[in-house]
Ligand binder design. Structure first.
Ligand SMILES: O=c1nc[nH]c2c1ncn2[C@H]1C[C@H](O)[C@@H](COP(=O)(O)OP(=O)(O)OP(=O)(O)O)O1
Ligand SMILES: [Mg+2]
Length: 744
C-alpha cells in the first residue's frame, strides 16, 4: 500500500475511496455470513454430536468428526451469543434450539429460572416456546402506542422493569407456563378465539364484541421503531384526502362490497346515475307506440288488407257481383290485367267514420252529401276548348312533328291542366284552338238557363270561354256570368263522356293535382284531368277501405264519374301506421324544429352508455342517435327536441317506410269503385328540403340516392313516386277502356 502512495492528491483520494469501499464490502460480506450463521439450525449438529458421544467407543475418524462438529457448534453459538448481545432487539432473527439448556442463548433461559429484570439479566423469560418475545410490556421502553414491542432504541441495551408485587404474587399463584408473565388488564387482544375455554372468567362487555384490530403489518425486523400508523396520511397522488388515515390494506370486512368507491380509485357514479342518461334532459323518451291497427271485421268491408302487402286486393268479386246484378254503367274489366289491373270494389258498405269526423253514421246521408257538395269549389269548363283541344300539349307537339299520326277523338275534360296555381285555384285554359264542344252540346241539349246549383254547361261570356261541369254554390270566387247551354239530367251522360279520355279528380290538395297533371302531361297523353274540391268524409280502415269510401262518397256527391286519391305513409316499425292517417299525424306532429339554424357548441359523451350529446347555446342537450338514411347508409342524427313525423321512429330499429298512393275510380254513383295502387319504398329521415308538400322532406325514397322527395325536383320525384306508379295504372286502364268503347 505504501508503495502505491502517490503525491497526487486526486489519486490518494481515489485510493482512500477504494479502501473505504473494500472495507464496506468486507463488512457487508461479514454481515451476510453472520446473518447466515445466526439463522443456522444447529439441531442436526447437536444430534450428531449426541449420537457420537453416546457411542461407547469412537473410531479415530469419528473423534475427528466429533471435534470438528463441536468446534463448529461452538463457533455458531458464539456468533449467535455475540449477535444477541449486540442486537438484543433483533433476537428473533437468531435461530435457537430449546432442547439443550446448556446451549441456551442469553435471554433464552427457561421460565423456571430465577431472576427479575434489570440490565442484561432482565432479558430472561422474554421469549415463549416459539422463541418470540413474550411480554413487551415488561420492557422499560414499552409504550402501547409508540413502542408496542418494547424495543430498545438503537445502541441501548434491553432493560426490563422490576415486576410489581401484585404481578409477582399473581405469577406465583398460577401454575400455567405463561402465568408468570405480566398480562395487561382486560382480555388479551385478539386472543379470544384461542382461549374460548376461559372466556367464562373474563367479564365481557355488553353488546357485540368490538371488531378485531387490523393486523399490524410485519415490517423489517431491524426497524428500530414500529410507529403505529395512526396519523399517517397517504400521498395526495393516491387520491386520499388530507388527514385521512392511511389504510395499508383495502377494506375487506363484511361491509365492503366490490364496486364501492375506494380512496384512490376513480370515482364512478352510483348505479342510478349511470342508468339515468335516457331520462336526462335532452334524451326525449321514446313516444309510446301507437296501438296497432285493429283488424276490420270481415263482414264490414269488402277489403281488408295490410297496406304494405303486395297481395292483390280481393275486391273484384264485389265488382262481379254488382255486374251480375245488372248495375248500369259499370266499366268492363280491363283486358290488360297484370300490373295495370285495377283493384275494384263494389260500392263500399258502411265504414266507421274517422274519429275526427263530425258524425259516426256509417254512410253519409243525402243531407250530408248535399252539405259536402255545397262546400265544393266549382270548375270552370271551357267546352269550346275541350272540343278543340282534344290532344294535350305534349301529344300535340308529337303530332306536329309527325303529321298524319292518328290523334284519336278526345274530349278535354280538364281545360285547366297545366295552369293550376300553387293553391290549385286557377284552372282555366288559355288555349283557344280547334272547334268547340259548345255547338255539339247546344245541338243536343239546347241552352240552359240561370245559374246556381246543378249540373250544366256554361259559357263564360267575359272570357268567351265555355265551362262545363258540376256547378255548385261555392265559397270560392266563381265567375258565373256564363251562358248555360244545357242541363244534363243524367250524370251518366257525363260519366260515359268523361270515361273516354278524362276524369274529374276530386281532391282538395293542389299539390296532388299539380303532380297528377304533370305526370299525365309527361306520359303518352290522351288523358286530361280536371279537379273538384269536395269535402268528403274519410273513414277509418285500411288504405283500400278509405280510398273506396272516399271515391264512392265523391261520386255520389258529384253525381258523376270521378277519381279520388288517397295517400298513405306506412312505417314498417309501426306495423304500417300512420298509413291512411298520415294527414292527421302530419298536422299534429309536423316536422321537427331541430337546431338546423343553430350550431351546437360541442359534442360530449357522458358516462355509460356513452351516448354522444350535442350541447346547444340554448335549450337542453340533444342526443345523437343512429338512423338509417338509405338502405345501405347509417348516420348519426340528433334526436329532436320538438316532435316530428320522423321522431316517431326514434329508438326503433328500422326507419323503413312505404309511400302508398291509391287512386280510386268510380264510373258514377252507385257503381263499383276501382282502385289503382302505387308504392315507393324508402326511409323516414330528419326533414330535409323545402317543406311545401306534406311529408316530402322526411321521406327518402330508395331510388333517390339519399335525397328526400323534397330535395328532388318535380320531374325527378314524378318518375319514381308512389303517385306516378298508381296513376300509370289508372291511365292504362282508362285508355284501354276508351279504346274498347271506341271500337264498340
Ligand atoms: O306525395 C306526397 N308527398 C308528401 N306528402 C303528401 C303526398 N301526398 C299526400 N301527401 C300528404 C297530404 C296529406 O297530408 C296526406 C295525405 O292525406 P290525403 O287524405 O290523401 O290527402 P288530402 O286530404 O290532402 O287530399 P284529398 O282531400 O284530395 O284526399 O299526405
Ligand atoms: Mg284527404
Amino acid at each position: 500500500m505504501a508503495k502505491g502512495k502517490s503525491s497526487n492528491p486526486a489519486d490518494a483520494f481515489r485510493k482512500a475511496q477504494r479502501a473505504k469501499e473494500l472495507k464496506k464490502n468486507k463488512e457487508a460480506r461479514k454481515s451476510v455470513r453472520e446473518t447466515q450463521t445466526i439463522k443456522r439450525d444447529t439441531r442436526d449438529l447437536e444430534s450428531e454430536i449426541r449420537s457420537l458421544k453416546s457411542r461407547p467407543k469412537l473410531a479415530a475418524a469419528d473423534k475427528t468428526r466429533l471435534e470438528s462438529l463441536e468446534s463448529e457448534l461452538e463457533y455458531v453459538n458464539k456468533v449467535k451469543e455475540k449477535y444477541v448481545a449486540e442486537h438484543p432487539e433483533a433476537r428473533d432473527r437468531v435461530f435457537r434450539t430449546h432442547g439443550d439448556k446448556s446451549r441456551r442463548l442469553p435471554g433464552h433461559e427457561d421460565e423456571d429460572d430465577e431472576g427479575g429484570g434489570g440490565g442484561r439479566g432482565g432479558d430472561k423469560r422474554l421469549y415463549d416456546e416459539s422463541g418470540r418475545l413474550r411480554d413487551p410490556t415488561r420492557s422499560v421502553y414499552y409504550d402501547a402506542v409508540y413502542n408496542p414491542f418494547g424495543v430498545p432504541p438503537p445502541g441501548m441495551p434491553y432493560k426490563e422493569r422490576t415486576p410489581e408485587p401484585v404481578e409477582e404474587s399473581e405469577e406465583e399463584d398460577d401454575s400455567d407456563d405463561d402465568d408468570d408473565i405480566v398480562m395487561p388488564e382486560g382480555p388479551p387482544p385478539g386472543s379470544s378465539d384461542e382461549e374460548s375455554d376461559d372466556s367464562d372468567d373474563i367479564p365481557l362487555p355488553e353488546g357485540p364484541p368490538p371488531p378485531k384490530p387490523p393486523p399490524i403489518p410485519s415490517g423489517p425486523s431491524n426497524a428500530p421503531f414500529m410507529r403505529p400508523p395512526l396519523h399517517f396520511t397517504g400521498p395526495p397522488g393516491q387520491g386520499m384526502g388530507m388527514g385521512q388515515p392511511f389504510l395499508p390494506f383495502p377494506p375487506s370486512g363484511p361491509g365492503f362490497r366490490p364496486g364501492m368507491h375506494q380512496p384512490g380509485m376513480p370515482f364512478r357514479p352510483p348505479p342510478q346515475m349511470q342508468q339515468q342518461p335516457m331520462g336526462q334532459p335532452g334524451f326525449r323518451p321514446r313516444p309510446p307506440r301507437p296501438p296497432r291497427q285493429p283488424n276490420m271485421p270481415h263482414g264490414k268491408a269488402p277489403v281488408v288488407q295490410d297496406p304494405l302487402s303486395d297481395a292483390p286486393t280481393q275486391t273484384y268479386q264485389g265488382y262481379r257481383i254488382a255486374k251480375a246484378e245488372g248495375v248500369a254503367g259499370l266499366p268492363a274489366r280491363p283486358g290488360g290485367g297484370g300490373d295495370s289491373a285495377p283493384v275494384s270494389g263494389a260500392g263500399s258498405p258502411s265504414l266507421p267514420a274517422k274519429p275526427d269526423s263530425k258524425t259516426n253514421s256509417p254512410a253519409p246521408s243525402a243531407a250530408q252529401i248535399a252539405a259536402a257538395t255545397i262546400s265544393a269549389a266549382p270548375v270552370l269548363r271551357d267546352l269550346r276548348k275541350e272540343a278543340t283541344a282534344f290532344v294535350p300539349r305534349g301529344v300535340k307537339r308529337k303530332a306536329a312533328a309527325a303529321p298524319g299520326a292518328a290523334a284519336g277523338v278526345r274530349v278535354n275534360a280538364a281545360p285547366g291542366a297545366g295552369e293550376v296555381d300553387a293553391d290549385g285555384d286557377e284552372l282555366r285554359s288559355k288555349r283557344e284552338d280547334g272547334p268547340g264542344l259548345l255547338g255539339v252540346l247546344q245541338g243536343v241539349f239546347g241552352e240552359g238557363t240561370g245559374a246556381g246549383t246543378g249540373t250544366g254547361i256554361r259559357q263564360n261570356t267575359k272570357g268567351g270561354q265555355l265551362s262545363a261541369g258540376v256547378v255548385q254554390e261555392s265559397s270560392r270566387p266563381f265567375v258565373c256570368s256564363n251562358l248555360i247551354l244545357a242541363s244534363i239530367s243524367s250524370p251518366h251522360f257525363l260519366a260515359a263522356f268523361f270515361n273516354m279520355t278524362s276524369f274529374v279528380f276530386v281532391t282538395g290538395n293542389a299539390n296532388k293535382l299539380r303532380e297528377v297533371q304533370a305526370i299525365l302531361a309527361a306520359g303518352d297523353g290522351g288523358i286530361k284531368v280536371t279537379s273538384q274540391a269536395v269535402d268528403v268524409p274519410e273513414v277509418q280502415g285500411s288504405t283500400q277501405e278509405v280510398a273506396l269510401a272516399k271515391c264512392k262518397a265523391a261520386a255520389e256527391a258529384l253525381g258523376t264519374a270521378c277519381v279520388t286519391e288517397d295517400t298513405a305513409l306506412c312505417f314498417e316499425a309501426l306495423g304500417g301506421l300512420p298509413g291512411p292517417y298520415i294527414k292527421d299525424f302530419l298536422a299534429k306532429l309536423g316536422h321537427e324544429v331541430l337546431s338546423s339554424n343553430q350550431s351546437p357548441l360541442c359534442l360530449v359523451c357522458t358516462s355509460p352508455p356513452y351516448i354522444p350529446v350535442l350541447l346547444y347555446p340554448s335549450g337542453p342537450p340533444v342526443a345523437l342517435v343512429m338512423t338509417r338514411s338509405t338502405h345501405s347508409q347509417y348516420m348519426l342524427t340528433p334526436a329532436s327536441l320538438s316532435s316530428g313525423l320522423n321522431t316517431l321512429l326514434t329508438g326503433f330499429p328500422t326507419t323503413r317506410a312505404t309511400a302508398l298512393c291509391t287512386f280510386a275510380y268510380s264510373p258514377g254513383p252507385g257503381s263499383a269503385v276501382l282502385l289503382f295502387e302505387g308504392r315507393t319504398e324508402g326511409h323516414i329521415v330528419p326533414a330535409r328540403g323545402p317543406t311545401h308538400f306534406g311529408w316530402d322532406p322526411v321521406f327518402a325514397p330508395e331510388e333517390g340516392g339519399g335525397k328526400t322527395y323534397a330535395e328532388m325536383d318535380g320531374g325527378e320525384k314524378n318518375k319514381i313516386s308512389h303517385r306516378y306508379r298508381a296513376l300509370e295504372k289508372l291511365r292504362v286502364y282508362l285508355q284501354d277502356k276508351a279504346r274498347k268503347e271506341g271500337k264498340a
